[in-house]
Design a protein around this ligand. Structure first.
Ligand SMILES: Nc1nc2c(c(=O)[nH]1)N[C@H]1C(S)=C(S)[C@@H](COP(=O)(O)OP(=O)(O)OC[C@H]3O[C@@H](n4cnc5c(=O)[nH]c(N)nc54)[C@H](O)[C@@H]3O)O[C@H]1N2
Ligand SMILES: Nc1nc2c(c(=O)[nH]1)N[C@H]1C(S)=C(S)[C@@H](COP(=O)(O)OP(=O)(O)OC[C@H]3O[C@@H](n4cnc5c(=O)[nH]c(N)nc54)[C@H](O)[C@@H]3O)O[C@H]1N2
Ligand SMILES: [Mo]
Length: 727
């Protein structure tokens, strides 16, 4: 299969038309137009401005992914006969794509230790089964996981319930995603999210895009990058892989761009996997040598500069070049761009966070920005480009093992309750505790806990060691086949645009959106809030949550009542109380930095010394990254092909042609790929423009190979840095 010449464009439009044929034009159009936040990435389209509009009000803002996700939700419902016909073993034989396209879940499903098939049970039995588990377990034998698609309302309720139940074993998929960004940014600025708004990005004259592939994963950021180039600004891409869409992209809603394409990267830098710290240290070294640092800003608004500068000066160019794989001349060229720019944004994604040194990677980016005073003023700053459409909101709501002190205090004060104080557990921590038999049961609000885990065989064993697991999902996924406990329950939920009540979401720019919801497409699935509130009501036997507020779990079926609590408890969310009345979507206070004063105790931003991580691996080994293709959303595979990388299938390993030659391999030869965690056979060798010594395979399948090793600070697995041999 030939790769496309540029990203986006007609291919995206054709695909959309094909999707529309599948479910009906009018239906799809109406669904896309409804006032609901887009379901896919966290760029924050839709909401009250109407579907397909971004935070700057631009229309039409759509991408293939939003159509894919919508069409998947518009599928037919799965009939009970399906589960009588197909055994769990047979579900295991289905690919992630086949599972997704089986149809929407419509009825609660149950499988016990001896069952070979899931069977349909009624809601009464299902809810009672969960409550029985809660009664039989001790609070520290239960954990709660949430993905990032659920609403703020559902997230808030889930963590409140978990804490009143008595546990801090509460976490969300950000532990496998941007946690390193949250930790690294908080270290440096006292705040863990983007420091900028979309407007700021639109006004920048240089954008560093590090370790991300937005052409595929955040397509609507591409218009913004195109606009920067059109204003004579620049985009510097840092990525071991030459991603075609980052070189040239056709923004489908822009006629000129559609016809002729838009150049994206002004400079494309290809470091080794894990070479970013060395590269950015080199960039800082070049800036310091030119004395181009912003002295006034450093003096007035930062601390830790001297130790940082000393470390940078002491690091040799030789070490920098070797470790990053980038020549000094290229780094000097980056410095030329950086020194010439006035307003610079640093955006990054999983190429930065999915490492054992993920937090240090984020420190290195912040250092680079501080060096030239590019944080704490308009049109410049730091932008972790988030994944799931509401992953940031779910975190803000406290679906996290360690509550921020202010939230903890507010919860106790406002509700008049005592919260558990035993330490919480991150996602990998919970999986390990399951493997060790320390936790006995789990409750998963969305997501695919098995499929997203490193070391798939270990994850299967760990989850299999649980007595009970409940999954709340819209469609079937690999967790339901491979991530089963002795007893497994699957509950069908409504998608965001089918909710009977309004819900809210938070974008990666800290902007809170309101979604109207809409009519249910199928009878059967229930609202996430309704399920959590009902489980809690039954478990607590209708006891009141708070005497002070005269509040019980039945009242918390009402999303307005939940938003009222959020407004009282979560700092910065005061305006959420009246959101459904006045429709005023809002920017969360205290997170955007347009002044050089930060949320650290003394108001200063901190430099961090970042040692170069060793570039590991023997000569016969390759460093492997596991990434997304163009046709998937996380563990949900919509299409087998990856048109951007020119791959018609997913069981491939992409290698630099020089490595193929050096290792004595041939293109399209079948090989075995082995790592410390496992092996995959019958993988096809494919040549690709990837930095020599590095390799690429597709997630989630390649999770068999990823060891369960995490960054000690953020607990995020090193999904992008797996040593493998090919034979
Ligand atoms: N269509 C679609 N959209 C999505 C998703 C999806 O699956 N599909 N997932 C959503 C989610 S949850 C997330 S988190 C985001 C993910 O968005 P991305 O982070 O863009 O996704 P990945 O495919 O993991 O790609 C990471 C990129 O990092 C590069 N990379 C790998 N290792 C390194 C390294 O060491 N250094 C540098 N500089 N680069 C490196 C890879 O070459 C690749 O281009 O997208 C969100 N949006
Ligand atoms: N090897 C490797 N592993 C990785 C990554 C990687 O790059 N490489 N990336 C990591 C990252 S960044 C992330 S974020 C995680 C993803 O981890 P998760 O968020 O746990 O997984 P998803 O695949 O996004 O979850 C998909 C499921 O969500 C359900 N769903 C969809 N919409 C809704 C809804 O509205 N409500 C509910 N309740 N359910 C819904 C569907 O049933 C679908 O099967 O994976 C991580 N794992
Ligand atoms: Mo993610």
């Amino acid at each position: 299969m030939k790769p496309v010449k540029r990203g986006g464009g007609w291919a995206a439009i054709w695909y959309t038309l094909r999707m529309a044929r599948r479910v009906g034009w009018r239906q799809l159009w109406n669904a896309m137009r409804a006032k609901n936040t887009c379901k896919t990435c966290a760029l924050g389209m839709g909401g009250q401005a109407g579907g397909m509009r971004n935070e700057a009000g631009h229309w039409p803002e759509v991408c293939k992914k939003s159509f894919q996700a919508m069409v998947a939700d518009m599928q037919h419902g799965l009939r009970p006969e399906f589960f009588a016909r197909f055994s769990i073993e047979e579900l295991k034989a289905l690919s992630p794509r086949e599972l997704e396209w089986c149809g929407r879940l419509t009825a609660p499903l149950y499988a016990g230790p001896k069952d070979r098939h899931y069977r349909v049970i009624d809601w009464e039995q299902a809810l009672d089964r969960i409550v029985r588990q809660l009664r039989e377990s001790l609070p520290d034998q239960m954990f709660f996981y949430a993905s990032g698609r659920s609403s703020n309302e559902a997230g808030f309720l889930l963590q409140l319930f978990a804490r009143l139940y008595g546990t801090n074993f509460v976490n969300n998929c950000s532990y496998y995603c941007h946690q390193s960004s949250g930790v690294g940014l908080t270290d440096a600025l006292g705040s863990g999210t983007a420091t900028v708004t979309l407007d700021d990005v639109e006004g920048a004259d240089l954008f560093f895009l590090i370790g991300g592939n937005p052409a595929s994963n955040h397509p609507r950021l591409m218009r913004t990058l195109m606009n920067i180039r059109r204003r004579d600004g620049h985009v510097i891409v840092v990525n071991p892989v030459k991603e075609v869409g980052l070189v040239n992209f056709s923004v489908p809603s822009d006629l000129w761009s559609l016809l002729f394409g838009s150049k994206i990267a002004s400079l494309y830098v290809q470091p080794h996997i894990g070479g970013d710290i060395a590269l950015l240290t080199g960039l800082a070294k070049a800036i310091l040598a030119r004395e181009a640092q912003d002295r006034a800003f450093i003096e007035q608004a930062t601390e830790g500069f001297d130790a940082f500068a000393e470390h940078v000066r002491a690091t040799s160019w030789e070490a920098i070049e070797k470790n990053s794989g980038v020549a000094r001349a290229t780094i000097e060229e980056m410095a030329n761009y950086y020194v010439a720019a006035r307003n610079v944004i640093f955006g990054w994604t999983m190429g930065i966070t999915h490492h054992e040194h993920g937090v240090a990677n984020v420190h290195a980016i912040v250092n680079t920005a501080l060096l030239r005073g590019m944080v704490g003023k308009p049109r410049a700053g730091l932008l972790p480009i988030r994944g799931h459409s509401n992953v940031q909101g779910v975190g803000s709501m406290g679906v996290a093992p360690n509550l921020k002190q202010a939230i903890f205090d507010n919860l106790e004060k406002v509700l008049g309750i005592r919260l558990p104080t035993a330490p919480g557990l991150d996602t990998m921590g919970c999986i390990r505790a399951a493997a060790d038999g320390k936790v006995r049961a789990a409750f998963c609000l969305g997501g695919n806990l098995f499929g997203s885990n490193p070391d798939a065989r270990f994850a299967e064993r760990a989850l299999g060691n649980l007595d009970f697991i409940a999954y709340l999902n819209t469609t079937l996924n690999t967790s339901h086949a491979w991530g089963r406990a002795r007893e497994t329950l699957i509950l069908p939920v409504l998608a965001r645009d089918e909710e009977p009540q309004k819900t809210t979401q938070e974008s990666m720019f800290n902007f809170v959106r309101l979604s109207d919801g809409g009519p249910a497409r199928l009878s059967g699935p229930r609202s996430e809030v309704a399920i959590i509130a009902e489980v809690a009501r039954r478990y607590f036997d209708s006891r009141r949550i708070s005497e002070a507020l005269d509040l019980d779990w039945t009242k918390l079926q009402d999303h307005c009542a939940i938003r009222d609590l959020i407004a009282r408890i979560i700092p910065g969310f005061e305006a959420i109380r009246d959101l459904d009345q006045n429709g005023k979507e809002f920017q969360i206070g205290g997170r955007t930095f347009h002044q050089p004063r930060f949320n650290t105790p003394n108001g200063k931003a901190r430099f961090h010394v970042t040692a170069l991580p060793p570039l590991c691996g023997e000569p016969n080994q390759l460093r492997l990254m596991t990434v997304r293709s163009e046709g998937q959303f996380n563990t949900v595979v919509y299409e087998e092909e990856d048109i951007y990388r020119g791959q018609e299938r997913r069981d491939v390993i992409l290698l630099n042609p020089e490595d193929i030659r050096r290792l004595g391999l041939k293109v399209d030869q079948r090989v075995r790929v082995t790592s410390a965690a496992g092996e995959m056979s019958n993988i096809l060798v494919r040549p690709f423009d990837i930095k020599q010594g590095n390799a690429l395979m597709y997630y989630p399948e390649a999770n068999v190979l990823v060891p369960a090793v995490v960054d000690p600070r953020s607990k995020t697995p090193a999904f992008k840095s797996v040593l493998v041999t090919v034979s």
